[in-house]
Design a protein around this ligand. Structure first.
Ligand code: GLN
Length: 195
């Protein structure tokens, strides 16, 4: 089987760790900046996509500036297997409860999110999470939480009774960083979901 090509939105934030983790799982990481990184003459250039963490309002601004946001959200809505981490989860959401001025989101994942939901309590912390898919060693950094979700969304993990991981069809959104601890669970599932 040919190695799957996985796009990694490479505008700002923790891009390199996702690229290294994907490469360690025998995928071909494809940094995405321009629309042409995503779309070639024959259609999509990638089999799946990862939206890394970072500063979600900055990433949103850069997605618009580079023109990548629209084709990317359309590809995700059309079924491209997708993993969004932290700011990536915020970008996928249908609604941000406390957006920065002018900040938008893709609206492809039927959740509302609240940014920086855990305050100083876990501003930055590594923890072992029990998820519906098994245990995961992950890092939380100014993490968002999922506040509400639609009937097509399944919660996958909670922390302190708050939802921090969800899935909806081909899309998974997680509020934390598995790539910083070398946790492969979510990336492996993304690769397994490629048809
Ligand atoms: N708090 C950040 C935001 O609102 C997300 C943090 C992260 O991605 N680690 O964009």
């Amino acid at each position: 089987m040919t190695r799957p090509r996985v796009g990694v939105v490479a505008l700002q934030g923790g891009v390199r760790e996702h690229i290294e983790l994907l490469a360690s799982l025998d995928a071909v990481p494809v940094p995405l900046k321009q629309p042409t990184d995503l779309l070639g003459p024959d259609g999509l250039r990638v089999d799946a996509v990862v939206l890394p963490g970072g500063e979600s309002s900055t990433i949103d601004r850069l997605l618009k500036m580079f023109g990548l946001g629209e084709p990317l959200s359309e590809a995700i809505a059309a079924g491209l297997p997708t993993l969004g981490t932290c700011a990536g989860l915020i970008q996928l959401a249908a609604r941000i409860e406390d957006p920065a001025p002018g900040q938008g989101c893709f609206g492809v994942l039927d959740v509302s999110v609240r940014r920086n939901a855990f305050g100083r309590q876990i501003d930055s912390a590594e923890t072992r999470l029990e998820t519906a898919w098994g245990p995961a060693q992950v890092a939380f950094i100014r993490a968002p939480e999922v506040v509400t979700y639609g009937s097509s969304v399944t919660p996958v993990a909670t922390l302190h009774d708050r939802i921090v991981a969800v899935t909806q069809g081909s899309i998974t959104g997680i509020a934390f960083h598995p790539e910083l601890t070398g946790e492969t669970l979510f990336h492996r599932r993304l690769l397994d979901s490629i048809a």
